[in-house]
Design a protein around this ligand. Structure first.
Ligand code: ZN
Length: 520
């Protein structure tokens, strides 16, 4: 295997922002760029100045943000047909971005040239060569992205290689082979990269893949194994359609394979980086993300838990700490007594009499429809209650929720909550977008009047699931709430036949647990 150090080229701020539901402000982008610089990513693609003013804004801002290691790259296309590069507005904007590196993309097959550019294959070769040479003359490091390269190569191998030759001969530092549509498989990627390496032995190759066929990371790794020196991808695989290859997974795989990165990126930083980007992008983390997801090292089946406690290597391919993640044991009715060890975090030992009591109660509640995997807050409260340690911060006296719908206009929701805090009754009323929102607002108002520190509690996510009828029981509703208190996120749960009451239980637990965190 090739042990050459790999250059890491991040496209999150350009390709990544093309992902559905993804939006970053200029200041978010600057924060991410600084973080990537701290971690020693080689290139940070900042945006396409020719496509929107926000990207121009980013490059202008970056002129006064010194980076210690990373090179910022501006992205754009080759010159337009039938003009000189000097007259091309897009290339001009790339120079005005004042970045050390510039990445330009060009077409790889006569089909794309004819359909998209409506010009001749010869003119396309001229567009590539002229644009690269122009950027070189202006002192830029040039990365040439061969768009649709793998598809183009399979249509017309000779022409596809000619496009690379044009960029190479004009002085491009890197030739990036792109699987723009994401439909190529890794055996084909291997073959094509091998052929290109033979055709252009002294060119330095990069790889840029998308995940449309679920091969994004596999294709990037395949190209690296064949000698590609630069990996282009996005943090968390955020990007157009189903996304780009996940750079986090690529970096973890490189670490695992013992392939160094040029900047010596520390794999233990990967979990933190992945979550940081989710946070800034206002996206929920993907729990099953390889290496860094919350469930990446979570064990649930009794046999698995038992074995991992003896030796983690039995069900883990790498240690969680190596990528900055952590091991966890999920409590479940599948579990044997080994799960008691999982309760060690609560200070419960396997032989403690309380261990049985806790497990039995968990099993009983799971039978009723509870699931504690994503509700660590409610589980903690349950354990404390069973041990007689819990001090209720409030008692419910009553709540009322009313939804009014008139002929015209949206329905109105109003909730009244009466609770008792230290013997004193508090009554609050609130309106909301819906009954649960009104209930949350009324309870929040009542509690923060007595516990101002609870103002910081944020409701981050609310999920409802119907649990189908089982024999002898009617259908139930399970509500999972994810809350955030400072840097801590936690889940709470409620189950009931009535959706409002299931929500009430999850909400009440969320406030109780937040209060506990403040005291801790
Ligand atoms: Zn792309």
């Amino acid at each position: 295997m090739d042990r050459k150090a790999i250059l890491i080229y991040d496209c999150t701020l350009r390709d990544g922002t093309q992902g559905g539901g993804m939006s970053l402000s200029v200041s978010d982008k600057v924060q991410i760029a600084k973080r990537l610089d701290d971690l020693r990513f080689d290139y940070i693609e900042g945006g396409w100045p020719g496509s929107n003013p926000k990207d121009i804004d980013f490059f202008n801002t970056m002129k006064s943000v010194p980076l210690r290691y990373s090179k910022v790259a501006a992205f754009g296309s080759t010159r337009k047909k039938d003009i000189q590069p000097e007259q091309d507005a897009n290339l001009q904007l790339l120079l005005e971005a004042e970045t050390p590196a510039v990445t330009i993309f060009g077409k790889s097959s006569p089909f794309q040239v004819k359909e998209a550019l409506q010009t001749t294959p010869e003119e396309n070769l001229g567009m590539i060569a002229d644009s690269v040479a122009f950027l070189r003359r202006n002192g830029k490091e040039v990365v040439y992205d061969a768009e649709h390269f793998f598809d183009g190569f399979q249509m017309d191998q000779e022409y596809a290689v000619c496009t690379l030759r044009s960029a190479h001969a004009a002085g491009a530092h890197f030739l990036t082979l792109c699987d723009t549509n994401g439909g190529t498989d890794f055996l084909t990627v291997t073959d094509i990269v091998r052929t290109v390496r033979k055709a252009l032995p002294d060119a330095r190759l990069g790889i840029h893949t998308h995940n449309d066929a679920g091969y994004g990371v596999a294709n990037a790794m395949a190209a690296i194994f064949e000698g590609a020196e630069m990996a282009q991808a996005t943090i968390n695989g955020i990007g157009e359609r189903v996304g780009n290859a996940d750079l986090i997974t690529i970096l973890a795989n490189l670490f695992k394979c013992g392939i160094p990165t040029q900047g010596g990126i520390d794999a233990a930083e990967l979990t933190g980086l992945a979550r940081y980007v989710y946070e800034l992008a206002n996206m929920l983390p993907e729990p099953k993300q390889p290496y860094v997801g919350d469930l990446a090292f979570a064990h649930k089946g009794g046999v698995h838990v038992d074995a991992v406690l003896k030796n983690p290597g039995l069900y883990e391919h790498i240690t969680p700490e190596a990528v900055g993640n952590r091991r966890q044991f999920l409590v479940s009715d599948l579990a044997g007594t080994a799960h008691i060890e999982a309760l060690e975090g609560f200070g419960i030992k396997k032989r403690d009499p309380i261990a049985r009591v806790v497990l039995n109660e968990i099993k009983r509640l799971e039978h009723e429809g509870y699931a504690f995997e994503a509700a660590a807050g409610s589980l903690d409260l349950l354990v404390r209650t069973l041990r007689g340690e819990s001090k209720e911060i409030f008692q419910l006296v009553e709540y009322r929720v009313e939804v009014t719908k008139k002929t015209a206009g949206a329905p109105q929701s109003c909730a009244v909550v009466v609770i008792r805090v230290n013997g004193e009754e508090v009554t609050k009323m609130a309106y909301g977008d819906g009954p649960v929102n009104a209930l949350d607002s009324a309870l929040r108002a009542a509690l923060t009047s007595k516990f101002p520190e609870l103002t910081d509690l944020r409701l981050e996510d609310y999920k409802v699931r119907i649990i189908p009828e089982q024999r002898g029981t009617s259908a139930k509703v399970r509500v999972l709430i994810e809350s955030k208190m400072g840097a801590r996120r936690f889940g709470t749960i409620g189950v009931d036949e009535n959706i409002v009451d299931a929500s009430w239980k999850a909400l009440a637990d969320s406030f109780r647990y937040a209060h506990l965190l403040i005291k801790a």
